[in-house]
Design a protein around this ligand. Structure first.
Ligand SMILES: NC(=O)N[C@@H](CC(=O)O)C(=O)O
Ligand SMILES: [Zn+2]
Ligand SMILES: [Zn+2]
Length: 431
């Protein structure tokens, strides 16, 4: 007994879709056939009617915060993976800035065990570059890799010391895992939460300058060149970083990069004022010129993939005001609709371009086997209603976090079903 997904609209090329029937048995896609008037014999099988809907490989998000262990009031592996499933994601890579941080074999195993027992999508853990993310001493990369870590990052903070980063890259290169870098020079960002730009000037705030990010990018592409490490840049937000990454790629340096939907869609000039911390995230919303540079970076491949940096915080924390509230916004449940509505429905990107940025390209960058809707591949599948229009309402989120600046945005392209390894883990129920 298997599952037939009938009349699926799958991405052919560009904006073209093909109508296909997909047969899943066990954990695998067993058959994909061109849809004709005669339906396949589905006797004895489960049937999912996908007529009129887009069917893609499950979305992949390589930068998320699940908050467990330690910050279960913000999110758990159970709630975070449900939120991911609702956003159409089937594989997610989680950041180690938990409490305790993920810097030991035991903590990596804790995340993997929780994900296996309580999670509904695939969870790939990153481990810290330095113990406690303090930047003083490298973690045991060999042991962490053996425990299941897929890369190393001190996300939440930048690695301030160049020698430490060089040692980390040399070690990572020797065991074939990437360094995933939150790029921020602390000496340039103290006491600031908004970008240096029209908003910070208007309100007389100290601004976070673009160099605080780009200085690390520049340093680290050189360290990547020197060590041969795969260097992946987190949440790129500035024109200067895009330029440096583009340049490094031209020299054959093994650098890849990610960008978040909010850095492609919002600038500091959109921040409504000083009383809503849902506009506070790290890196901050930059100037319109940076937004444009990030869009161009995505379009020419400088920025390889799109990630959410899903960073849930409690309503109480976010209500503390812009100075005291923590940095971060949720992302799983709005990412695809935002990008589809603002870039594909407007004709700027093709459907194929967006889907690749969220499926096969992250798979390629990180060497994952998921990410393709093909016979013989694992049945991680997302069904999306491109016509359905709905306003963003955080009350609908499966995430414990409601911290989004996109409240009320009318969007199209909402996921309706998510399948992981042949098992439906989320399905839209009609209200
Ligand atoms: N992005 C954020 O604003 N916050 C992240 C940390 C991070 O991604 O640097 C968090 O952990 O809350
Ligand atoms: Zn970060
Ligand atoms: Zn992050």
């Amino acid at each position: 007994m298997g599952i037939w997904i009938l009349n699926a609209q799958t991405v052919a090329s560009g904006n073209e879709v093909t109508k296909q029937h997909i047969y899943v048995e066990g954990q695998t896609i067993q058959q994909i056939i061109e849809a004709s008037d005669t339906l396949p014999d589905t006797t004895g099988h489960e049937v999912i009617d996908a007529a009129g809907k887009l069917v893609t490989a499950g979305l992949i998000d390589m930068h998320v915060h699940l908050r467990e262990p330690g910050f279960e009031y913000k999110e758990t592996i159970a709630s975070g993976t449900r939120s991911a499933a609702r956003g159409g994601f089937t594989t997610i890579a989680c950041m180690p800035n938990t409490r305790p941080v993920i810097d030991t074999v035991e903590t990596v195993q804790y995340v993997l065990n929780k994900a296996a027992t309580e999670g509904v999508v695939r969870v790939l853990p990153y481990a810290c570059i330095t113990k406690n993310e303090l930047g003083r001493e490298l973690t045991d990369f060999d042991a962490l890799k053996a425990a299941g870590a897929i890369g190393f990052t001190d996300d939440g903070v930048g690695v301030q010391n160049a020698q430490m980063m060089k040692d980390a890259m040399a070690k990572a290169a020797s065991i074939g895992l990437p360094i995933i870098a939150h790029c921020e020079d602390d000496t340039l960002t103290v006491g600031a939460w908004a970008s240096e730009g029209a908003f910070s000037r208007k309100h007389g705030l100290k601004g976070i300058p673009n160099e605080s990010e780009a200085i690390h990018v520049g340093r680290d592409v050189l360290l990547s060149e020197a060590t041969g490490a795969h260097y992946h840049v987190c949440h790129v937000s500035t024109e200067q970083s895009v330029r440096l990454i583009r340049h490094a790629k031209q020299f054959g340096i093994k650098v890849t990069a990610e960008v978040c939907p909010h850095h492609l869609l919002l600038s500091d000039e959109d921040i409504p004022g000083l009383d809503d911390a849902n506009w506070k995230m790290n890196p901050p919303l930059r100037t319109p010129r940076d937004v444009q540079a990030c869009i161009e970076g995505v379009q020419d491949g400088t920025l390889d993939i799109i990630v959410t940096d899903h960073a849930p915080h409690s309503d109480e924390e976010k209500a503390k005001g812009v100075n005291l509230a923590p940095f971060g916004i949720v992302g799983f449940e709005t990412a695809f609709p935002l990008l589809y509505t603002k870039f594909v429905a407007t004709g700027k990107w093709t459907l194929q371009f967006l889907v690749d940025k969220m499926t096969s390209l992250p798979a390629q960058v990180f060497g994952l086997e998921q990410g393709w809707l093909e016979v013989g591949k694992v049945a991680d599948i997302t069904i999306i209603d491109l016509q359905k229009e709905q306003a963003v309402d955080p009350a609908d989120f499966a995430s414990k976090g409601h911290n989004t600046p996109f409240i009320g945005w009318k969007l199209q392209g909402w996921p309706t079903l998510t399948m992981v390894g042949g098992k439906v883990v989320w399905i839209e129920t009609k209200e």
